[in-house]
Design a binder for this molecule. Sequence first.
Ligand code: ADP
Ligand code: MG
Length: 697
Amino acid sequence: MKTVSDLFGSRVFDDRTMKAMLPAKTYRSLRETIDEGKPLDSSVANAVAAAMKDWAVAQGATHFTHWFQPLTGITAEKHDSFISPAPDGGVIMEFSGKELIKGEPDASSFPSGGLRATFEARGYTAWDPTSYAFIKGKTLCIPTAFCAYGGQALDKKTPLLRSMEALNKQALRILRLFGNTSCKRVVTSVGPEQEYFLITQEMYDRRPDLRFTGRTLFGAPPPKGQEMDDHYFGVIKPKVAEFMEDLNEELWKLGILAKTEHNEVAPAQHELAPIYTTTNIATDHNQLTMEIMQKVAARHGLVCLLHEKPFDGVNGSGKHNNWSMATDAGVNLLSPGDTPYENAQFLLFLCAVIKAVDDYQDLLRIAVATAGNDHRLGANEAPPAVVSMFLGDELNAVLEAIESDTPYQGAEKMQLKLGVDVLPRFNRDTTDRNRTSPFAFTGNKFEFRMLGSANSIACTNIMLNTAVAESLKIYADRLEGAADFETALHEMIQKTIRDHRRIIFNGNGYDDAWIAEAEKRGLSNLRTTPDAIPHLLDEKNRSMLTAHGVFTEAELHSRYEITLENYNKTVLIEANTMVSMAKTEIAPAVAAYTAQLAQAIGKKRAAAAELACGYETKTLCRLSALLDQIDEAAAALEAEIGVVRAVEAVEPQGYAIRDGLLPAMDTLRAAVDEAETLTAKDAWPYPTYGELLFGVR
Ligand code: ADP
Ligand code: MG
């Protein structure tokens, strides 16, 4: 039997494999490229490609692909086989350094948000040596960035790598000010916790809404939902346990550090958390995890739903982005250290995050804006659409003391001026109690909780890294020129706390009163995707993101277009699916059932004229009325679809959806869901919520 350590990373061309298979000199050059971003010369690329191919072929691979993350939100691959004709009529397996480094997929079928019109259809993929190649099925997958002919990013990896570089650059400036001369690189790390639902394939197949849109568009509440809180951390059902075991093995083979799994709050809902790693790799791994989850589920006769809100009235699924910054020596910059110097440094990095989150609340909201996630944010289970931060009592007390220049009265006395006492370690248990905060400090990292389960974590981390880089840049600019470093540092920390106090909120984020209070504080509340996305192009955001070289103006504009277009298309598909279900299955089913009732009444009365037929008559009347409502609401929805389609520009189209289409969908749903509760189960065309949510044993 293979042990976990045999299995782990067995399908990855990782450091161990590279060391074993590459000539020492080649290995060293490659490491320099990976660790320090040094350019790779072609002889090294050829040697790496040859070793990669030999390793992959020995594992049964026949093809290779550049694996990338276009703006569709999922990953893309185009397979080429290694075969090359040999003079003797046979084939040899070949793979060159050129093929490793650069690919040329046709970019014209991927969204470009206008970039394509301005530039050329051709696109390039470029090897990202910082993320290891791996084998999926029979294909060697090479993680790559994806750009247009003119170099404009058409993917999520390119700006993510740029944002990591921006943060690295500014964080190093700060570390130098604190006398650190040895650190070569600061990286951000992420551990994304992933929620998902599992239902049976058999029931999934019977629901066109799930098949076409990933969520149920109709469905009356089940007699039992999540009100008993008996699912969270509950015993895992055998079928689910088998799935998880299989999933872990597949993820481990790919070098993904799947660590924790448990049942979530809603029935049929589960969570998987990996051990954190560098943001770039964590992002690749999270994309792979979502893909593998769906594949493994299929092997078990299950379907894994990654939609943010598959079931109305039941908790939706999110993703928690645990984020921190660390030096190449492994020092976590969000962890207070053992010396006052380290503590002042910690406070400065902490303040950089506070300032970043307050100054760029809108960008964090934008990063998670999708049609699916709009159902969660603001409903009473996920954080609201308002971004705020939770720091915990201890840290709050420290910041308050600094703000008012009074000594901190915690476990140990602390004054900020360097050379004074030591900060306490912030215990996770005391800081992690507030689960309703969108952005919580959890001891030595921040947990951003607004992400939707299907979101790529790239978008969030691009914004977070760059916004923090911006705070650090402002700090470094000021401190580098300061005559008295300690005084300037103290003033700056104090100023940050004073200026950004409004973003800190320690109460219940799910409370309506908070939304009113947040408004008073001037925090932004961008409820829906069409409300949020236009702010991507606000002057303050554009100038910040372009100044750090993370996006060009053209790239920003393309992302604005694509995100809105995606929202509009998603909701339009949902609306069309509803109309089709209502007209071709639901209305006919209700019509047939009411006819049955009418017949039953007729038969009974024929047998005994004095029979009241109370139940049948009441149900018949109500259902007939509902049938007419369904018919009218479906027609009204069709009309709204027409209205929305007639609008051309993405932004006004988004508003038309928000203001007209979504309410029309709600009206149709209300009538259908009531009809479901009155119709005999056998006469209803779809599995119910109860069956879907409690169907897996
Ligand atoms: P919680 O109870 O808040 O969910 P866990 O300890 O279970 O916290 O960790 C949740 C996630 O946070 C895991 O993926 C973990 O690897 C990750 N994590 C822990 N420390 C860090 C860190 N310094 N930077 C980024 N992620 C981290
Ligand atoms: Mg968590």
